[in-house]
Design a protein around this ligand. Structure first.
Ligand code: NAD
Ligand code: MG
Length: 396
Protein backbone atom coordinates (compact mmCIF):
# COMPACT_ATOMS: atom_id res chain seq x y z
CA UNK A 1 0.00 0.00 0.00
CA UNK A 2 1.08 3.60 -0.62
CA UNK A 3 1.48 6.16 2.16
CA UNK A 4 -1.07 6.06 5.00
CA UNK A 5 -4.13 8.26 4.51
CA UNK A 6 -4.09 11.41 6.59
CA UNK A 7 -7.21 11.77 8.72
CA UNK A 8 -8.61 14.87 10.40
CA UNK A 9 -11.03 14.11 13.26
CA UNK A 10 -13.26 17.10 14.02
CA UNK A 11 -14.81 16.58 17.45
CA UNK A 12 -12.20 14.00 18.50
CA UNK A 13 -13.09 14.16 22.21
CA UNK A 14 -16.73 13.19 21.58
CA UNK A 15 -18.41 9.82 21.33
CA UNK A 16 -18.00 9.53 17.53
CA UNK A 17 -14.53 11.07 17.64
CA UNK A 18 -13.28 8.50 20.15
CA UNK A 19 -14.83 5.61 18.22
CA UNK A 20 -13.12 6.92 15.08
CA UNK A 21 -9.73 7.07 16.79
CA UNK A 22 -10.31 3.52 18.04
CA UNK A 23 -10.88 2.25 14.48
CA UNK A 24 -7.94 4.25 13.09
CA UNK A 25 -5.58 2.85 15.73
CA UNK A 26 -6.42 -0.69 14.52
CA UNK A 27 -4.98 0.15 11.09
CA UNK A 28 -1.75 2.11 11.54
CA UNK A 29 -0.42 1.08 8.11
CA UNK A 30 -3.49 2.46 6.46
CA UNK A 31 -4.32 5.65 8.43
CA UNK A 32 -2.48 8.37 10.29
CA UNK A 33 -4.15 10.93 12.53
CA UNK A 34 -3.28 14.30 10.99
CA UNK A 35 -5.42 16.59 13.17
CA UNK A 36 -7.76 16.32 16.14
CA UNK A 37 -10.04 18.95 17.63
CA UNK A 38 -11.83 19.45 20.93
CA UNK A 39 -13.88 22.18 22.55
CA UNK A 40 -13.83 21.21 26.20
CA UNK A 41 -12.23 18.25 28.03
CA UNK A 42 -8.75 19.63 27.45
CA UNK A 43 -7.02 16.91 29.50
CA UNK A 44 -8.60 14.25 27.28
CA UNK A 45 -7.50 16.12 24.17
CA UNK A 46 -3.96 16.29 25.47
CA UNK A 47 -3.97 12.55 26.21
CA UNK A 48 -5.27 11.88 22.68
CA UNK A 49 -2.43 14.00 21.27
CA UNK A 50 0.11 11.96 23.22
CA UNK A 51 -1.36 8.71 21.88
CA UNK A 52 -1.99 9.70 18.26
CA UNK A 53 0.75 12.32 17.75
CA UNK A 54 -1.15 14.50 15.24
CA UNK A 55 0.42 17.32 13.23
CA UNK A 56 -2.32 19.70 14.42
CA UNK A 57 -4.70 20.07 17.34
CA UNK A 58 -7.48 22.66 17.47
CA UNK A 59 -9.03 24.07 20.66
CA UNK A 60 -11.67 26.67 21.48
CA UNK A 61 -9.58 29.66 22.62
CA UNK A 62 -6.10 31.09 23.21
CA UNK A 63 -5.99 30.14 26.86
CA UNK A 64 -6.69 26.49 26.05
CA UNK A 65 -4.09 26.67 23.28
CA UNK A 66 -1.37 27.96 25.62
CA UNK A 67 -2.19 25.29 28.15
CA UNK A 68 -2.25 22.45 25.61
CA UNK A 69 0.91 23.60 23.86
CA UNK A 70 2.74 23.72 27.19
CA UNK A 71 1.81 20.12 27.96
CA UNK A 72 2.66 18.85 24.47
CA UNK A 73 6.02 20.59 24.32
CA UNK A 74 6.93 19.23 27.74
CA UNK A 75 6.27 15.75 26.30
CA UNK A 76 8.47 16.51 23.28
CA UNK A 77 5.62 16.70 20.75
CA UNK A 78 5.74 19.08 17.79
CA UNK A 79 1.97 19.22 17.32
CA UNK A 80 0.86 22.69 16.21
CA UNK A 81 -2.11 24.11 18.10
CA UNK A 82 -4.72 26.23 16.30
CA UNK A 83 -7.74 28.04 17.70
CA UNK A 84 -11.45 28.46 17.01
CA UNK A 85 -13.55 28.14 13.88
CA UNK A 86 -10.74 29.39 11.67
CA UNK A 87 -8.43 26.68 13.01
CA UNK A 88 -11.13 24.04 12.45
CA UNK A 89 -11.63 25.16 8.84
CA UNK A 90 -7.88 25.23 8.27
CA UNK A 91 -7.30 21.62 9.32
CA UNK A 92 -10.50 20.38 7.61
CA UNK A 93 -9.38 21.81 4.27
CA UNK A 94 -5.63 21.27 4.73
CA UNK A 95 -3.97 20.14 1.49
CA UNK A 96 -2.28 17.19 3.25
CA UNK A 97 -5.58 15.78 4.57
CA UNK A 98 -7.30 12.92 2.72
CA UNK A 99 -10.20 12.09 5.05
CA UNK A 100 -12.23 14.31 7.38
CA UNK A 101 -14.46 12.87 10.09
CA UNK A 102 -17.08 15.58 10.73
CA UNK A 103 -18.11 14.78 14.31
CA UNK A 104 -18.64 18.16 15.94
CA UNK A 105 -22.13 18.32 17.43
CA UNK A 106 -24.65 20.86 16.19
CA UNK A 107 -24.49 23.99 14.06
CA UNK A 108 -20.92 24.66 15.27
CA UNK A 109 -19.83 21.98 12.80
CA UNK A 110 -21.29 23.62 9.72
CA UNK A 111 -18.38 25.78 8.54
CA UNK A 112 -15.60 23.25 9.22
CA UNK A 113 -17.61 20.48 7.53
CA UNK A 114 -18.25 22.73 4.54
CA UNK A 115 -14.54 23.58 4.43
CA UNK A 116 -13.76 19.86 4.10
CA UNK A 117 -16.42 19.48 1.40
CA UNK A 118 -15.19 22.51 -0.55
CA UNK A 119 -11.64 21.15 -0.44
CA UNK A 120 -12.92 17.95 -2.10
CA UNK A 121 -12.04 15.59 0.75
CA UNK A 122 -13.50 12.22 1.60
CA UNK A 123 -15.97 13.53 4.19
CA UNK A 124 -17.41 11.16 6.79
CA UNK A 125 -20.56 12.92 7.93
CA UNK A 126 -21.68 12.37 11.52
CA UNK A 127 -22.59 16.04 12.07
CA UNK A 128 -26.12 15.71 10.65
CA UNK A 129 -27.07 19.20 11.85
CA UNK A 130 -24.69 20.72 9.24
CA UNK A 131 -26.52 19.00 6.38
CA UNK A 132 -29.98 19.63 7.87
CA UNK A 133 -29.27 23.36 8.13
CA UNK A 134 -27.78 23.95 4.74
CA UNK A 135 -29.08 20.98 2.66
CA UNK A 136 -29.19 22.33 -0.91
CA UNK A 137 -26.05 24.44 -0.51
CA UNK A 138 -24.17 21.60 1.13
CA UNK A 139 -25.05 19.11 -1.62
CA UNK A 140 -24.25 21.69 -4.29
CA UNK A 141 -20.76 22.07 -2.80
CA UNK A 142 -20.32 18.29 -2.71
CA UNK A 143 -21.11 18.02 -6.40
CA UNK A 144 -19.05 21.08 -7.35
CA UNK A 145 -15.90 19.98 -5.50
CA UNK A 146 -16.07 16.25 -6.17
CA UNK A 147 -15.91 15.52 -2.44
CA UNK A 148 -16.82 11.94 -1.50
CA UNK A 149 -19.58 12.22 1.09
CA UNK A 150 -20.13 9.08 3.17
CA UNK A 151 -22.79 8.89 5.89
CA UNK A 152 -21.77 7.88 9.40
CA UNK A 153 -25.22 8.04 10.95
CA UNK A 154 -25.89 4.31 11.33
CA UNK A 155 -29.22 4.55 9.49
CA UNK A 156 -27.87 6.47 6.52
CA UNK A 157 -24.81 4.31 6.38
CA UNK A 158 -27.15 1.29 6.28
CA UNK A 159 -29.26 2.88 3.53
CA UNK A 160 -26.11 3.65 1.56
CA UNK A 161 -25.05 0.01 1.87
CA UNK A 162 -28.49 -1.18 0.67
CA UNK A 163 -28.69 1.24 -2.28
CA UNK A 164 -27.47 0.25 -5.74
CA UNK A 165 -24.11 1.84 -6.63
CA UNK A 166 -25.72 4.16 -9.18
CA UNK A 167 -28.49 5.52 -6.92
CA UNK A 168 -27.41 9.06 -7.78
CA UNK A 169 -29.23 8.57 -11.12
CA UNK A 170 -32.46 8.95 -9.16
CA UNK A 171 -34.50 6.64 -6.96
CA UNK A 172 -37.11 5.96 -9.68
CA UNK A 173 -34.39 5.16 -12.19
CA UNK A 174 -32.88 2.52 -9.92
CA UNK A 175 -36.20 1.02 -8.79
CA UNK A 176 -36.25 2.23 -5.21
CA UNK A 177 -39.76 2.70 -3.85
CA UNK A 178 -39.14 3.81 -0.26
CA UNK A 179 -36.50 4.27 2.36
CA UNK A 180 -37.39 2.70 5.70
CA UNK A 181 -35.60 4.62 8.44
CA UNK A 182 -35.45 2.64 11.66
CA UNK A 183 -35.62 4.19 15.13
CA UNK A 184 -35.24 2.56 18.52
CA UNK A 185 -37.95 4.78 20.02
CA UNK A 186 -35.47 5.82 22.72
CA UNK A 187 -35.87 5.52 26.49
CA UNK A 188 -39.46 6.87 26.56
CA UNK A 189 -41.05 4.60 23.97
CA UNK A 190 -43.33 3.07 26.59
CA UNK A 191 -43.32 5.73 29.31
CA UNK A 192 -46.92 6.76 30.17
CA UNK A 193 -47.66 9.98 28.23
CA UNK A 194 -48.56 11.90 31.38
CA UNK A 195 -45.14 11.09 32.90
CA UNK A 196 -43.18 12.65 30.01
CA UNK A 197 -43.46 16.17 31.47
CA UNK A 198 -41.45 15.06 34.50
CA UNK A 199 -38.63 13.03 33.00
CA UNK A 200 -35.10 14.17 33.89
CA UNK A 201 -32.02 14.81 31.71
CA UNK A 202 -30.45 11.69 33.23
CA UNK A 203 -33.41 9.55 32.15
CA UNK A 204 -33.39 11.13 28.69
CA UNK A 205 -29.65 10.46 28.27
CA UNK A 206 -29.93 6.79 29.29
CA UNK A 207 -30.45 5.33 25.83
CA UNK A 208 -31.40 1.64 25.84
CA UNK A 209 -29.08 0.60 22.96
CA UNK A 210 -26.54 3.32 22.09
CA UNK A 211 -23.98 5.27 24.10
CA UNK A 212 -23.81 8.81 22.66
CA UNK A 213 -23.21 12.49 23.44
CA UNK A 214 -25.84 14.26 25.56
CA UNK A 215 -27.41 16.37 22.82
CA UNK A 216 -28.09 13.47 20.44
CA UNK A 217 -29.26 11.37 23.40
CA UNK A 218 -31.98 13.93 24.20
CA UNK A 219 -32.79 14.13 20.47
CA UNK A 220 -33.23 10.35 20.46
CA UNK A 221 -35.55 10.52 23.47
CA UNK A 222 -37.74 13.16 21.76
CA UNK A 223 -37.28 11.48 18.35
CA UNK A 224 -36.08 14.81 16.96
CA UNK A 225 -33.02 12.79 16.09
CA UNK A 226 -35.17 10.74 13.71
CA UNK A 227 -36.70 13.96 12.39
CA UNK A 228 -33.24 15.38 11.65
CA UNK A 229 -32.32 12.04 10.09
CA UNK A 230 -35.40 12.15 7.87
CA UNK A 231 -34.20 15.50 6.50
CA UNK A 232 -30.65 14.14 6.25
CA UNK A 233 -31.89 11.13 4.24
CA UNK A 234 -33.80 13.38 1.83
CA UNK A 235 -30.60 15.29 0.98
CA UNK A 236 -28.22 12.33 0.91
CA UNK A 237 -30.41 10.19 -1.32
CA UNK A 238 -32.31 12.90 -3.20
CA UNK A 239 -35.62 11.61 -1.84
CA UNK A 240 -38.89 13.46 -1.27
CA UNK A 241 -39.91 13.39 2.43
CA UNK A 242 -42.93 11.26 1.51
CA UNK A 243 -40.56 8.48 0.39
CA UNK A 244 -38.97 8.15 3.81
CA UNK A 245 -40.94 6.15 6.34
CA UNK A 246 -39.94 5.95 10.00
CA UNK A 247 -40.22 2.49 11.56
CA UNK A 248 -39.75 1.89 15.27
CA UNK A 249 -37.53 -1.12 15.82
CA UNK A 250 -36.62 -1.33 19.51
CA UNK A 251 -33.71 -3.79 19.19
CA UNK A 252 -31.56 -1.47 16.98
CA UNK A 253 -30.21 -4.45 15.05
CA UNK A 254 -31.59 -3.49 11.63
CA UNK A 255 -30.08 -0.08 10.98
CA UNK A 256 -32.45 0.78 8.09
CA UNK A 257 -33.89 -0.71 4.89
CA UNK A 258 -34.45 0.07 1.23
CA UNK A 259 -37.72 -1.06 -0.39
CA UNK A 260 -37.56 -1.77 -4.15
CA UNK A 261 -40.42 -1.74 -6.70
CA UNK A 262 -40.13 -5.49 -7.25
CA UNK A 263 -40.98 -6.14 -3.59
CA UNK A 264 -37.39 -6.77 -2.46
CA UNK A 265 -36.44 -5.11 0.79
CA UNK A 266 -32.73 -4.90 1.62
CA UNK A 267 -31.60 -4.29 5.19
CA UNK A 268 -28.25 -3.81 6.91
CA UNK A 269 -27.89 -5.46 10.31
CA UNK A 270 -25.24 -5.35 13.00
CA UNK A 271 -24.59 -4.79 16.66
CA UNK A 272 -25.36 -1.21 17.71
CA UNK A 273 -21.78 0.09 17.68
CA UNK A 274 -20.82 3.17 15.67
CA UNK A 275 -17.44 1.66 14.81
CA UNK A 276 -19.19 -0.37 12.09
CA UNK A 277 -20.38 2.62 10.00
CA UNK A 278 -17.12 4.44 10.78
CA UNK A 279 -14.99 1.54 9.50
CA UNK A 280 -17.30 1.15 6.51
CA UNK A 281 -16.98 4.79 5.49
CA UNK A 282 -13.24 4.92 6.15
CA UNK A 283 -12.46 1.96 3.92
CA UNK A 284 -15.30 2.06 1.36
CA UNK A 285 -15.44 0.36 -1.10
CA UNK A 286 -13.16 -1.99 0.79
CA UNK A 287 -13.92 -3.53 4.20
CA UNK A 288 -11.75 -3.40 7.30
CA UNK A 289 -12.02 -4.74 10.84
CA UNK A 290 -13.84 -2.33 13.17
CA UNK A 291 -13.42 -4.15 16.47
CA UNK A 292 -17.19 -4.79 16.63
CA UNK A 293 -18.15 -8.30 17.70
CA UNK A 294 -20.11 -10.45 15.22
CA UNK A 295 -23.89 -10.24 15.41
CA UNK A 296 -25.33 -13.18 17.34
CA UNK A 297 -28.82 -13.65 15.89
CA UNK A 298 -29.67 -16.33 18.45
CA UNK A 299 -29.19 -13.92 21.32
CA UNK A 300 -31.10 -11.20 19.42
CA UNK A 301 -33.83 -13.85 18.96
CA UNK A 302 -36.53 -11.47 17.68
CA UNK A 303 -36.97 -8.26 15.71
CA UNK A 304 -39.99 -6.06 16.46
CA UNK A 305 -41.49 -3.19 14.47
CA UNK A 306 -44.14 -0.59 15.19
CA UNK A 307 -45.38 2.71 13.75
CA UNK A 308 -44.28 5.87 15.58
CA UNK A 309 -46.87 7.61 17.73
CA UNK A 310 -46.90 11.33 16.83
CA UNK A 311 -48.70 12.28 20.02
CA UNK A 312 -45.81 10.85 22.00
CA UNK A 313 -43.20 12.21 19.58
CA UNK A 314 -44.42 15.59 18.26
CA UNK A 315 -40.86 16.47 17.18
CA UNK A 316 -41.13 13.90 14.41
CA UNK A 317 -44.15 15.69 12.94
CA UNK A 318 -42.42 19.09 13.26
CA UNK A 319 -39.36 17.78 11.41
CA UNK A 320 -41.45 16.25 8.63
CA UNK A 321 -43.30 19.54 8.20
CA UNK A 322 -39.99 21.42 8.06
CA UNK A 323 -38.69 18.96 5.48
CA UNK A 324 -41.78 19.55 3.36
CA UNK A 325 -41.62 23.35 3.78
CA UNK A 326 -37.94 23.38 2.75
CA UNK A 327 -35.93 26.60 2.46
CA UNK A 328 -34.92 27.93 5.87
CA UNK A 329 -37.39 25.74 7.81
CA UNK A 330 -34.94 22.90 8.60
CA UNK A 331 -32.32 25.43 9.81
CA UNK A 332 -34.96 27.06 12.03
CA UNK A 333 -36.08 23.67 13.35
CA UNK A 334 -32.50 22.69 14.12
CA UNK A 335 -31.58 25.96 15.83
CA UNK A 336 -34.72 26.02 17.99
CA UNK A 337 -34.07 22.41 18.93
CA UNK A 338 -30.44 23.10 19.92
CA UNK A 339 -31.53 25.94 22.23
CA UNK A 340 -34.41 23.92 23.68
CA UNK A 341 -32.28 20.81 24.30
CA UNK A 342 -29.58 22.89 26.04
CA UNK A 343 -32.28 24.46 28.24
CA UNK A 344 -33.69 21.02 29.08
CA UNK A 345 -30.21 19.75 29.98
CA UNK A 346 -29.83 22.81 32.25
CA UNK A 347 -33.21 21.96 33.84
CA UNK A 348 -34.75 25.25 32.75
CA UNK A 349 -37.63 23.59 30.87
CA UNK A 350 -39.57 20.35 30.87
CA UNK A 351 -38.87 17.62 28.33
CA UNK A 352 -42.29 18.18 26.76
CA UNK A 353 -41.52 21.89 26.29
CA UNK A 354 -38.80 21.10 23.75
CA UNK A 355 -41.46 20.49 21.09
CA UNK A 356 -43.52 23.47 22.28
CA UNK A 357 -40.58 25.84 21.74
CA UNK A 358 -39.71 24.44 18.31
CA UNK A 359 -43.35 24.61 17.21
CA UNK A 360 -43.63 28.22 18.28
CA UNK A 361 -40.36 29.28 16.64
CA UNK A 362 -41.31 27.51 13.40
CA UNK A 363 -44.67 29.29 13.40
CA UNK A 364 -42.97 32.65 13.88
CA UNK A 365 -40.24 32.20 11.29
CA UNK A 366 -41.91 31.62 7.93
CA UNK A 367 -39.82 29.37 5.67
CA UNK A 368 -37.79 31.55 3.29
CA UNK A 369 -35.54 30.56 0.39
CA UNK A 370 -31.88 30.15 1.39
CA UNK A 371 -29.57 30.91 -1.50
CA UNK A 372 -26.31 31.42 0.34
CA UNK A 373 -24.59 30.46 3.57
CA UNK A 374 -25.27 33.88 5.08
CA UNK A 375 -29.01 33.31 4.65
CA UNK A 376 -28.70 29.95 6.45
CA UNK A 377 -26.74 31.53 9.29
CA UNK A 378 -29.22 34.41 9.52
CA UNK A 379 -32.15 31.97 9.81
CA UNK A 380 -30.22 30.03 12.46
CA UNK A 381 -29.55 33.23 14.43
CA UNK A 382 -33.15 34.47 14.26
CA UNK A 383 -34.46 31.11 15.40
CA UNK A 384 -32.02 31.01 18.33
CA UNK A 385 -33.11 34.49 19.36
CA UNK A 386 -36.78 33.53 19.15
CA UNK A 387 -36.16 30.41 21.24
CA UNK A 388 -34.18 32.43 23.80
CA UNK A 389 -37.04 34.96 23.97
CA UNK A 390 -39.44 32.08 24.72
CA UNK A 391 -37.10 30.93 27.50
CA UNK A 392 -36.87 34.41 29.03
CA UNK A 393 -40.68 34.67 29.07
CA UNK A 394 -40.84 31.24 30.65
CA UNK A 395 -38.21 31.96 33.36
CA UNK A 396 -40.14 35.01 34.60
P1 NAD B 1 -20.37 14.51 21.71
O1 NAD B 1 -21.07 15.55 22.49
O2 NAD B 1 -19.94 13.26 22.38
O3 NAD B 1 -19.07 15.16 21.02
C1 NAD B 1 -19.13 16.39 20.35
C2 NAD B 1 -17.76 16.85 19.90
O4 NAD B 1 -17.91 18.18 19.34
C3 NAD B 1 -16.74 16.98 21.03
O5 NAD B 1 -15.46 16.66 20.56
C4 NAD B 1 -16.80 18.47 21.40
O6 NAD B 1 -15.59 18.94 21.97
C5 NAD B 1 -17.05 19.09 20.05
N1 NAD B 1 -17.74 20.39 20.14
C6 NAD B 1 -18.86 20.66 20.86
N2 NAD B 1 -19.21 21.96 20.69
C7 NAD B 1 -18.29 22.50 19.86
C8 NAD B 1 -18.10 23.81 19.31
N3 NAD B 1 -18.94 24.83 19.61
N4 NAD B 1 -17.04 24.01 18.50
C9 NAD B 1 -16.20 23.00 18.20
N5 NAD B 1 -16.32 21.74 18.67
C10 NAD B 1 -17.36 21.50 19.50
O7 NAD B 1 -21.31 14.18 20.45
P2 NAD B 1 -21.40 12.83 19.60
O8 NAD B 1 -22.39 11.92 20.20
O9 NAD B 1 -20.03 12.32 19.30
O10 NAD B 1 -22.06 13.39 18.26
C11 NAD B 1 -21.32 14.13 17.31
C12 NAD B 1 -22.15 14.27 16.04
O11 NAD B 1 -22.37 12.97 15.49
C13 NAD B 1 -23.54 14.87 16.28
O12 NAD B 1 -23.89 15.68 15.19
C14 NAD B 1 -24.45 13.65 16.33
O13 NAD B 1 -25.76 13.93 15.91
C15 NAD B 1 -23.75 12.73 15.35
N6 NAD B 1 -24.02 11.31 15.58
C16 NAD B 1 -23.62 10.72 16.75
C17 NAD B 1 -23.89 9.36 16.97
C18 NAD B 1 -23.43 8.68 18.24
O14 NAD B 1 -23.61 7.49 18.37
N7 NAD B 1 -22.82 9.37 19.19
C19 NAD B 1 -24.57 8.64 16.01
C20 NAD B 1 -24.95 9.26 14.83
C21 NAD B 1 -24.67 10.60 14.62
MG1 MG C 1 -28.67 7.70 13.70
Amino acid sequence: MSRPQQVCVLGATGSIGLSTLDVLARHPQRYQVFAITGYSRLAELEALCLTHRPQFAVVANDEQARHLLGGLQAAGLKTRVLVGEQGLCEVAGHPDVDVVMAAIVGAAGLKPTLAAVQAGKRVLLANKEALVMSGALFMHEVHASGAVLLPIDSEHNAIFQCMPGDYARGLDQVGVRRILLTASGGPFRETPLEALANVTPEQACAHPNWSMGRKISVDSASMMNKGLELIEACWLFDAAPSRVEVVIHPQSVIHSLVDYVDGSVLAQLGNPDMRTPIAHALAWPERIDSGVSPLDLFSVARLDFQAPDEQRFPCLRLAREAAEAGGSAPAVLNAANEVAVAAFLERRIRFTEIAVIIDEVLNREAAAPVECLDAVLAADKRAREAAQAWLRGHDR
